[in-house]
Design a protein. Structure first.
Length: 86
């Protein structure tokens, strides 16, 4: 199970998933944050999204909305569903 290392600034709490290990978590509910969801004006607002990892294709991920998002645009991915809550 791939868990991302803690960076200098994590916005979301929980078990972070490394982009290289996202394929291991297909079908699991996650909360994710894209680069464009973070307010860059310095106020500190961020707007997380939720979804289910449905597919990982090359360097892109689909969170169940039919839109493949490149990993470079994903700031954080956090598991909402763990083995205990499944």
């Amino acid at each position: 199970m791939g868990v991302a290392k803690k960076t200098e600034m994590n916005y979301l709490e929980g078990n972070h998933i490394a982009s290289t290990a996202a394929k291991d978590h297909i079908g699991r509910k996650v909360q994710y944050l894209l680069s464009l969801d973070i307010d860059s004006t310095g106020r500190g607002y961020f707007f997380p999204r939720t979804g289910v990892i449905t597919e990982v294709f090359r360097n892109q991920i689909d969170f169940g909305n039919g839109d493949y998002i490149p990993f470079k645009k994903c700031r954080e991915i956090v598991l909402l569903e763990t083995e205990e809550t499944k």
